[in-house]
Design a protein around this ligand. Structure first.
Ligand code: HEM
Length: 261
């Protein structure tokens, strides 16, 4: 009991210090800027966790919260619940920072907690955000459409890792641009209901892109992907998903609570 009180006091002190020092990373900035590293890490809770008693689980949950807090000056972490929508994973984390080593240090500490040790890391994808490649050369009307504000506060999240074929990379920039224009043309109907983010992964992972989407309308997302499967650029998708991560955006506390049931 005394030990738990001390741990809670340490957590409060860490949170207070981070606030006073103004040390938290600026999440909104990280989500907008190029040159930001992202790591997506999906986990499944192992049997070992279900054998732990209630008190041990409560202690482990506090330990996880402390690790999140310890890294707030370096990484921004988004938490997503997958349990119930996939048998392969229970939740995944999207970690952003200015240096990949900060993502790694956070995840190493997270996996080192009693909760982390009970997890199986089912998938990890790494990527970096970059300035737009093709949009600057798009016609003005299409560029204007792309300024449509994306939806806010959507509950669903979908992550699709993508690998292109060699032919795609051997094409001229102009030929790829024409196909990306066609790709974008097929998406404009969905700009109001689907928010997106693109990460480049070539050389950082066995992928070329990680595509990330938030929406309240999964029916729109399904129609969007169906439309994109019909454009020429899709011929060059050597890998599409495998796995696709579908989940809901939930706060850390809620995910830990669900995992503790
Ligand atoms: C509202 C939905 C979407 C819109 C508005 C959209 C728009 C765009 C635009 C404008 C680009 C070019 C970015 C640049 O100039 O660098 C792009 C790239 C890309 N998009 Fe989409 N997209 C959408 C949905 C999707 C979906 C559902 C996927 C696949 C699951 C996808 C996969 C990609 C990939 C892999 C690239 C990078 C291609 C490359 O740089 O070679 N997009 N998208």
């Amino acid at each position: 009991m005394q030990g738990r009180i001390i741990l809670v006091l340490i957590s409060i002190a860490i949170i207070a210090f981070a606030r006073v020092a103004g040390a938290e990373v600026d999440r909104e900035k990280l989500l907008k800027e190029p040159g930001v590293y992202a790591t997506f890490a999906a986990f499944k809770v192992g049997d070992q966790w279900s054998h732990m008693d209630k008190q041990a689980k409560a202690g482990a949950v506090e330990e996880v919260k402390r690790v999140f807090q310890m890294h707030v000056d370096k990484v921004s972490v988004d938490t997503h619940l997958v349990r119930g929508l996939s048998e392969k994973a229970d939740f995944f984390l999207r970690v952003h920072s200015k240096e990949m080593i900060d993502n790694q240090n956070f995840l190493v500490d997270f996996m080192g907690t009693s909760f982390g040790k009970a997890l199986k890391n089912t998938d990890t994808f790494n990527g970096i955000t970059k300035a737009l490649n093709y949009v600057p050369k798009f016609p003005e009307d299409l560029k204007a459409e792309l300024k449509t504000p994306p939806p806010q506060g959507s509950p669903y999240v979908v992550v699709v890792p993508i690998r292109k074929d060699a032919e795609w990379w051997l094409m001229s920039q102009d030929a790829r641009m024409a196909m990306m224009q066609e790709h974008t043309g097929a998406t404009v109907l969905y700009l109001k209901t689907i928010k997106r983010k693109l990460y480049h992964s070539s050389g950082l992972d066995d992928l070329d892109f990680i595509t990330y989407f938030e929406t309240a309308k999964l029916d729109d997302f399904n129609n969007l992907v169906t439309a994109l499967l019909q454009v020429r650029e899709n011929r060059h998708n050597k890998r599409f998903g495998e796995p696709i991560l579908l989940g809901t955006i939930r706060p850390l506390d809620e995910i830990l609570d669900i995992m503790s049931r």
